[in-house]
Design a protein around this ligand. Structure first.
Ligand SMILES: [Zn+2]
Length: 483
């Protein structure tokens, strides 16, 4: 029986599958096919879901999208025009055909990683959808992540060799360019990890994938909770969020509060908040829950803020005006069974803590900040040996991928500003403007140590451009050295 017919029969026979129309806002397709304005999404199959979760795990980011099987031409990163939800859609028949044709499960993983790359780099937010430069960025990301996951370069390029068009199109580059982009990302990752082929990051056990093994499925890994470990699922999401917040300079203020609650029930606990401190409060829930809401009440019982969107990761950001005992309340809005697990966490960041540090360090410290301050230390030595000295303090802060940060400084005379960035960043640029706002110098080379020349005394603005950051946010550092 032909595969397509078989697939249709399976679909028709499936009992009450969830099917929902999705209005296509911005999108990026894997190959250059036009998409309908509305497509239909179905529950994704476990393999695809597992592959995407695994890819996300290797980036250290919290998933900010959902994955659905849909009647799209191949695979696409999409923003739902109605809800604003980020989605990864894939055509099940297409995926199956690719796997078969390449005789490797890595092919699906590389295609999904490409789509994920679009979301992580904010591509689908841009008007106009696919176009060659962003396709190459997504391809590069896919090569980068697959190397981390333990694929060989051959595995990482299999799908592209099999299905990409040789001459490309208006939206998609030719196959040779896309293969080069994957290879480039793959080699970048090898270089970062210090050796080839890479060892999986963190504390992954011997069960993690290597070489030509098929892609990992969460249930076989020690750190990802299994299908029935509901409490583990909740803690896992809070831990992923923790890593993301930590990168942005937040520290955890309370242990995660995890509880089993009934559908439609509320779970409340008290938390001490300090006036003037920036807090991120977040809830998560297990795999049987699709919608949980979060409410924050002040010491007098007034509602301060809430997140009641239809999602399973509600978040409330607040800078309290008074210190005291607040209440955080989670509401289990959509739970498929009679009870679900909920987890609530809180993170704090002192105002002004991340953007400017004195030479003596400041209160923030993590391996990314260390990497950056060490880099500036090396620069200090080198400039010192050339008879130059630092004027002013180190500028250290975070900057989102493809975003810019500016800082002003007073130069008593000519010199150089040098920039550095953390271990997840491979290309940062530096632009220098004078007091009139005119560009004086720039270093837009593809490297992680840009240098611009300060021509003479005056007030200047330096702009840091985070050009290549492997995650959604990277640390940068900059310092001015005088002759
Ligand atoms: Zn794409």
């Amino acid at each position: 029986m032909p595969r397509l017919v078989l697939a249709l029969l399976v679909l028709l026979a499936a009992p009450a599958f969830a099917q929902a129309p999705i209005t296509i806002g911005g999108y990026c397709s894997f190959e250059g096919n036009e998409m309908d304005d509305t497509v239909y999404g179905f529950d994704s199959d476990d393999d695809a879901e597992a592959a995407v979760r695994e890819v996300t795990r290797y980036t250290g980011l919290r998933p900010n999208f959902i994955i659905r099987a849909a009647n799209v031409p191949n695979a696409a990163a999409v923003i739902d025009g109605d809800s604003g939800q980020r989605l990864i859609l894939y055509n099940q028949e297409f995926m199956r055909a690719v796997s078969e044709r390449t005789a490797s499960d890595w092919s699906q993983v590389s295609i999904l990683a490409h789509e994920l790359g679009h979301h992580l780099q904010g591509h689908t937010l841009l008007a106009g959808g696919s176009r060659p430069p962003i396709e190459l960025e997504a391809d590069q990301f896919s090569g980068f992540v697959l190397q981390r996951m333990g694929a060989t370069l051959e595995d990482a390029t299999r799908a592209m060799r099999a299905i990409a068009s040789e001459e490309g199109s208006d939206t998609h580059p030719p196959r040779s360019a896309r293969l080069a982009a994957i290879t480039n990302g793959y080699i970048d990752s090898e270089t970062l990890s210090g050796a080839a082929p890479s060892a999986p990051p963190s504390d992954a056990s011997g069960e993690t994938p290597r070489q030509a093994d098929p892609p990992p499925v969460p249930t076989t890994s020690s750190d990802v909770p299994g299908e029935t470990d509901y409490e583990g699922q909740v803690r896992y999401q809070l831990d992923s969020a923790h890593r993301a917040f930590e990168r942005q300079g937040y520290t955890r203020t309370v242990e995660a509060h995890v509880a089993r609650i009934d559908a439609n029930a509320r779970e409340r606990f008290t938390i001490d908040l300090e006036a003037g401190v920036e807090y991120q409060l977040m809830a998560s829930c297990d795999n049987d829950c699709t919608d949980v809401d979060l409410f924050l009440y002040d010491p007098s019982g007034e509602l301060v803020d809430s997140d009641q969107l239809a999602d399973d990761i509600p978040m409330v950001s607040v800078i309290p005006t008074k210190t005291g005992q607040y209440a955080l309340e989670g509401l289990m809005y959509e739970c498929e069974t009679s009870f679900c697990y909920i987890g609530i966490g809180a993170w704090a960041r002192r105002a002004g803590g991340t953007d400017r540090f004195g030479n003596d360090g400041g209160s923030q410290s993590n391996s990314y900040v260390e990497h950056v301050t060490n880099g500036l230390g090396v620069a200090r030595q080198q400039y010192g040996s050339r008879g130059m000295r630092q004027a002013g303090t180190d500028q250290v802060g975070t900057v989102g991928a493809n975003e810019t940060r500016r800082f002003e400084f007073e130069a008593g005379g000519p010199g150089e500003v040098v920039g550095v960035c953390d271990q997840d960043c491979s290309d940062v640029d530096l632009l220098l403007y004078d007091a009139d706002g005119d560009l004086v110098d720039s270093d837009e080379l593809e490297d992680a140590v840009p240098i611009v020349e300060v021509p003479g005394p005056g007030r200047y603005t330096a702009e840091v451009v985070m050009y290549e950051c492997a995650t959604d946010i990277c640390y940068y550092g900059a310092a001015f050295f005088r002759q």
